[in-house]
Design a protein around this ligand. Structure first.
Ligand code: NCD
Length: 357
C-alpha cells in the first residue's frame, strides 16, 4: 500500500521540509484561514508511551483544522493488553482513520506500523531512535526566532545516546549549509556512531566535549535535553547521569546575547526556572510552534496523493537478526529483518543499529 508516511525526515528532500515550514508559518500567522482544511477527516493517535506536548499538539492541530480524533494514550485500555500485535492494531485502526500518529517505546515501531497501515503514518517518536515532528517543531522555531537555518553553531547537550529528538535534529540540521555541532555529554551518553557517520559523509564538522561552560560562549543555538530515566537499563545508571548538566543564569551569562535555548520538554532539572525569564529561552514558544507545524504536516499528509516513500530498500541476510535487543524486529517476529550492507556490517532498516556479519 503506497502512502505518504513520515517515519524519518531524511526520507524527503530539504525542499519538502521548507514547504512544510512555509505552510506552518502561514498557519501561525493566519490560523482562521485553515479552520476547515481537514473537515470530515479523522486522525488516530496511538500512544504506547506517555506524552503531553506531542499528543496534545497533534490533537489540537487536527481539531483546529476542523477534523476529528480517535485513539488511545494508554495501551493497557486497548486490545494491546490482550496481546494484539502492532500489525493487527495498525491494520484495523488505519481502516477507521485517514491518518495515524504513533508513539511507541521501541525503535523501528513507526516503520513497522507503516508497512501494514492503509493510510499515512506519522512517527511521533520510536523509542530512543527518531522524532521527526519534534524536529519540524525545532526547525520552525529556529526559522522564526533565529531567522535562519544555516551557518549556525549548534550545541546539543545531555542525553545524546537515547535522545530521539537530537538524533532527528542533527540529521536534519546537517542538511542546511554552514552548520556545525558541539556535542556536550558524558562519555556514557555520547551521540551514536551512525549519526556521526552521517555528519562525516556530509562533511559537517562537529566536536565532542564534556563541559557546557567551556563551549557555551561559542554557540548560536543550545539544545538542552532531559536525561531520560525510562531509557536506562538500571536505576543506578540513571542516578549516575542525572543532574550532570544544569543550565542556570550563571552559565547563560557566558553565552552570546543572541543565543537561542531550545528544549523539547519536559524539563526535569536541566534548566533552572530562573532561565525562563531570559529572552534567550525560547522553549515555551517552541512547544506552541509545534502545533502549527503539525497542522501543516497533517494537511500535507492528507492532501498529497502523489508522493510516497519506499519503506524498505535493503534485504534479509539468512540467519541475521538485529543486534539491538529493543528493536521492533526482535519482538514483532513477522517483520522482515531487512538490512543495508555497510562494509563488514549490516544496518537495520528499522532502528539503524549496526550488526557485524
Ligand atoms: C521528547 C520525547 O518524547 O522524546 N519530548 C517531546 O516529544 N516533546 C523529549 C523527552 O521526553 O525528554
Amino acid at each position: 500500500m503506497k502512502h505518504l508516511h513520515l517515519i524519518d525526515l531524511n526520507d524527503f528532500p530539504v525542499k519538502f521540509w521548507n514547504e512544510l515550514l512555509e505552510l506552518g508559518a502561514d498557519i501561525y500567522r493566519n490560523p482562521k484561514k485553515y479552520s476547515k482544511a481537514c473537515e470530515g477527516k479523522i486522525m488516530a493517535t496511538l500512544f504506547y508511551e506517555p506524552s503531553t506536548r506531542t499528543q496534545m499538539s497533534f490533537q489540537t492541530a487536527m481539531l483546529r483544522l476542523g477534523g476529528s480524533l480517535i485513539g488511545f494514550d494508554n495501551p493497557s485500555t486497548s486490545s494491546v493488553s490482550k496481546g494484539e500485535n502492532l500489525m493487527d492494531t495498525t491494520r484495523i485502526v488505519s481502516g477507521y482513520a485517514d491518518v495515524l500518529v504513533i508513539r511507541h517505546p521501541q525503535p523501528g515501531a513507526a516503520k513497522a506500523a507503516a508497512l501494514t497501515a492503509d493510510c499515512p503514518v506519522i512517527n511521533a517518536g520510536d523509542g530512543g531512535h527518531l522524532h521527526p515532528t519534534q524536529t519540524l517543531t525545532d526547525l520552525l522555531t529556529l526559522w522564526l526566532e533565529k531567522g535562519t537555518l544555516g551557518n549556525l553553531k549548534i550545541g546539543v547537550c545531555g542525553d545524546l545516546k537515547f535522545g530521539r529528538t537530537v538524533h532527528s535534529l542533527v540529521k536534519a540540521m546537517s542538511c542546511y549549509k554552514g552548520n556545525s555541532f558541539v556535542f556536550i555529554s558524558t562519555p556514557q551518553l555520547k551521540m551514536p556512531q551512525y549519526i556521526k557517520d552521517i555528519l562525516s559523509v556530509h562533511g559537517v564538522s562537529y566536536k565532542e566535549v564534556e563541559s557546557l561552560e567551556e563551549v557555551i560562549g561559542e554557540l548560536d543555538v543550545l539544545y538542552m535535553t532531559r536525561i531520560q530515566r525510562e531509557r536506562f537499563a538500571s536505576e543506578a545508571e540513571y542516578i549516575e547521569q542525572k543532574d550532570t548538566y544544569v543550565l542556570d543564569t550563571a552559565k547563560l551569562s557566558l553565552s552570546k546575547p543572541d543565543l537561542k535555548v531550545l528544549h523539547p520538554l519536559p524539563r526535569v532539572d536541566e534548566i533552572s526556572v530562573e532561565v525562563d525569564k531570559d529572552e534567550r529561552a525560547v522553549y515555551f514558544k517552541q512547544a506552541k510552534y509545534g502545533m502549527f507545524i503539525r497542522m501543516a504536516l497533517i494537511m500535507t499528509m492528507l492532501s498529497d496523493k502523489k508522493r510516497h516513500i519506499q519503506l524498505l530498500r535493503g534485504k534479509e541476510y539468512p540467519g541475521v537478526c538485529c543486534s539491538n535487543p529493543g528493536c521492533i524486529t526482535n519482538s514483532e517476529n513477522y517483520l522482515p529483518k531487512s538490512f543495508i550492507g555497510i562494509g563488514d556490517n549490516v544496518e537495520c532498516e528499522f532502528c539503524n543499529e549496526r550488526t557485524l556479519l
